[in-house]
Design a protein around this ligand. Structure first.
Ligand SMILES: *Cc1c(COP(=O)(O)O)cnc(C)c1O
Length: 511
């Protein structure tokens, strides 16, 4: 008895204030908006990469939950003092790491509206607008990208908003798997082979693991500097032929437009041509670079997509829409539905039975789903195609400027030519040292170590934040322009910061 809380023992708990009281919502909501606006206003002053040590927060917060309610004022104070130091500022104009997660007012407000309604749109009936707006916006975006009609609802294909690319690949791979196994027999699952390059995002490996593809049947085809780390078409063909000879069944190819390490572009058209000959499902993963393809001058990178089976991009990367929002289009939605649908009694309804509606629960892993279309709709309407193109072009132009600055400094080299808004570069080791060692391997290692040191020195300063990639054994720094608040001056200063840290390292290394 002694362990029961006092409110139970005394039966004296009081009914708390309504947690959705509209007046309180207005008061506290305004406070939070002010908090975030102040944050954006001062974001530039903060160290971009969080400087805390692992476990920092445990030391600062109480060991257990408060028994009595606390005020929003107190909580926001703790967000400022305790949470903020552990935030890496992805919205900072000095953020150039990974790929961007570009925010916008429209994306934010769309997210707010969606959270405000807080509907769970698993099927049409559960909130018709959530489903219908999603289909409409996906057709809009598909047209902006000049996707072939066969990917749009108007052409018997269709689009769906997933959380992330990992989910998009898993869903399409599962659809492809079941389509194939229904033909060749479920017992043949260990024969199925999936293809990508050694630059394909690990999302494909994860999807293959979950979908039950045998680990030895996940083929990463080697790329090289000679074709800018794109998937070599002929290597794919010979891999397929030798797999068929070995009694395996080619199933799925993930082609990437804008790889994560270096934004390489796999030749979508020629790859699809080969895949077609062997009835392989082709998914085009354009998580980062797909957004740029709304600009006519970048559209050619997805030429040939008309022969792919599915295409995805992350609106939450470089399209001003808050995480999460992955846009996936498929030519044959029925293959997704066959693999992913369920039909429990408690969800049965007239609309579904009429077959007049889309039930998006059958196009994704989870049952419950957020009203993500609202934020994408707000972004597209608020900025229009014209401005969206301008934003993207502006980032590309700034990256080009940065590339020019790098090229002018003899201590540095561009590792792979820039395609979108990311520059891959590195510092060269001092020549004297290379000569002294007279050993190509050792000096390559030395260059990699030097660049690791340079990157850590830059990031530890908090002035800017970049991350790295390794292609063909070369460790390089990735400088991605894409944070919404970034202006030309930030890019110029960023280059100065890199040079200053290189100066400091360079001296040390010449001694
Ligand atoms: C970022 C990225 C992914 C992973 O995206 P998630 O949405 O985090 O799953 C996959 N592929 C490419 C090419 C990417 O750049």
């Amino acid at each position: 008895m002694g362990s029961l809380p006092t409110d139970v023992l005394e039966n004296n708990f009081t009914c708390p204030a309504n947690t959705l009281n509209p007046d309180e919502f207005r008061r506290q909501g305004h406070m939070v908006i002010d908090f975030i606006a102040d944050y954006y206003q001062s974001i530039e002053k903060r160290p971009v990469r969080s400087q805390v040590e692992p476990g920092y927060l445990k030391k600062r917060l109480p060991e257990s939950a408060p028994y009595n309610p606390e005020s929003i004022e107190q909580i926001l104070k703790d967000v400022q003092n305790e949470i903020m130091p552990g935030i890496t500022h992805w919205q900072s104009p000095n953020y150039f790491a990974y790929f961007p997660s570009s925010g916008s007012i429209a994306g934010f407000l769309g997210e707010m509206l969606s959270t405000g309604f807080n509907v769970v749109g698993f099927n049409w009936m559960s909130s018709p607008a959530a489903t219908e707006l999603e289909s409409i916006v996906m057709d809009w975006l598909g047209k902006m990208l000049k996707l072939p009609e066969s990917f749009l609802f108007s052409g018997n294909g269709g689009g769906v908003l997933q959380g992330t690319t990992c989910e998009a690949i898993l869903c399409t791979l599962t659809a492809a798997r079941d389509r194939m196994l229904n033909k060749i027999g479920r017992e043949n699952i260990n024969k199925l082979v999936v293809y990508g390059s050694d630059q394909t995002h690990c999302a494909m490996q994860k999807a293959a693991q979950i979908a039950g593809i045998h680990p030895k049947n996940i083929h990463a085809i080697a790329t090289s500097k000679s074709n800018a780390f794109a998937l070599p078409v002929e290597s794919l063909r010979s891999a397929i032929l030798s797999d068929i000879q070995a009694g395996l069944v080619p199933l799925f190819l993930c082609a990437t437009v804008g790889t994560t390490s270096s934004t390489a572009v796999d030749p979508v058209g020629p790859l699809c041509d080969i895949a077609k000959d062997y009835n392989i499902w082709v998914h085009v993963d354009a998580a980062y670079a797909g957004s740029a393809c709304i600009c006519p001058e970048f559209r050619h990178f997805i030429d040939g997509v008309e022969n792919a089976d599915s295409f995805s991009l992350n609106a939450h990367k470089w399209f001003f829409t808050t995480l999460d929002c992955c846009c996936l289009w498929v030519k044959d939605p029925s293959s997704l539905v066959k693999a992913l649908s369920t039909n429990p009694e408690y969800l049965k309804n007239k609309a579904t039975e009429s077959r007049q509606v889309v039930d998006y629960k059958d196009w994704q892993i989870a049952l419950s789903r957020r009203f993500r279309a609202l934020k994408l709709w707000l972004v597209v309407r608020s900025y229009g195609v014209a401005n969206l193109r301008n934003f993207l072009r502006n980032h590309v132009r700034m990256a080009k400027d940065f590339e020019g600055l790098v090229a002018m400094d003899k201590r540095f080299e561009i590792v792979v030519p820039r395609t979108f808004a990311m520059v891959c570069f590195r510092m060269l080791p001092p020549i004297s040292l290379v000569e002294m060692k007279g050993d190509g391997v050792k000096s390559a290692v030395h260059a990699n170590e030097l660049n690791q040191k340079l990157l850590e020195s830059v990031n530890a300063s908090g002035q800017i934040y970049m991350t790295h990639g390794v292609v063909g054994g070369v460790y390089m720094l990735r400088f991605t322009v894409g944070a919404t608040l970034t202006e030309e001056r930030h890019v110029k200063i960023a280059w100065k910061v890199v040079q200053e840290h290189a100066d400091a390292l360079g001296l040390w290394h010449y001694i």
